[in-house]
Design a protein around this ligand. Sequence first.
Ligand code: ADP
Length: 397
Amino acid sequence: MSSLPILVLNSGSSSIKFSVYEAGDGERTKLFEGAVDGIGTDLGKLWIKDATGKKLVDETPAVPTRAVAFKMVADALHSGDFPIPAAIGHRTVCGGPTITENQRITPELIDEIESYSALAPLHTPIAVFIMREALKLFPGVPNFAVLDTYFHRTLPEVAKQMPIPAEYVAMGVRRYGYHGISYESIIHQLEPNVPEKLIVAHLGNGASISAIRNGKCLDTSMALTPTSGIISGSRTGDIDPGIVIFILKKIAETTPNALEAADKLETVVSKKSGLLGVSELSNDMRDLRDAINAGNAKARLAVDKFTWTIARWIGSYVAELNGLDMLVFTGGIGENDIAARAEICAGLGALGIVVDPTRNNVRGEAVISADNSPVKVRVIPPAEDLIIVNHVVRLLG
Ligand code: ADP
């Protein structure tokens, strides 16, 4: 295959991130990356920088809507200053129960993914909007959906199945698992020496953890939605369903319309809880560390809750894997929060996890376990865009 420019799109609630790779036979070279930030505001930002970090575009336009934001991306890529993409890969959080394979995007596929929006309500509506815009603004260019759920397709039935009545299972309610592209990228970076028994903790604004045997996902903390699993920036993680019912009934006292009440409940559990809810300060770990240094007890409790939950999850995954060869930290917190890694691992010596404090005093790629630690502990930044490019190249044939 001759070299082709591949565009990777990753859209969030207030930004569209993108990168372009040159992909040839086994060769992957990042050409540039960029983003439109501040969607829905007059204080937007469009930037593009090359692989060395040099800014090629740096503008501060108003970005009233997501459509305007994506048009800015398309216009920049058609300006003549950059190669026009030969194919586009879309990070796609959830394909629902029927779309389990990465594949070429057609209008019918978008409709099918959209029909399961209720399963990932914060992500799917944005993803399908961008897919439709991309088909319009890049006519003739093949688009591919690369799923975060794809890595978790190997989950055993006992992990997938939810203990609820069959009628809801038939509607697609089960464990899907998320952050799958990040997990794939960790496996990719470990190849060809992927340990048999591996735990990867992806700790970012959203946080999840997976037990992986011989490179295949055995269990993962997120279930139907990215709100589940371990506590994260503004999401509860797993909590007693009775708490959700209690909050819903409180909301219903002033919001009798059931759908409106459900929307308010969703805001509570996914945008106002987690580190933000407990600290009453911030969902951002850097703010919480500053507050802890200033003696803020609620910030301390929020971070303790976070590290305590993760340590418990690691313990249960060691049981599921019947041992452990390697623990990997990734994501913004996993890569950068030295104290979080130390706090999570502090009580895990009995599981063979011993972190060396000097080696742990690092941000980014490193082995941080002590020489006498039976379990190797590593920090590996994810390379999600590269994995999306690899899937696109494979699907292009
Ligand atoms: P997302 O899930 O949005 O991709 P990231 O993986 O970028 O998020 O992670 C964001 C989290 O990483 C935030 O909580 C942020 O505070 C944290 N983080 C980033 N840098 C540091 C740092 N130097 N120390 C502690 N936490 C950090």
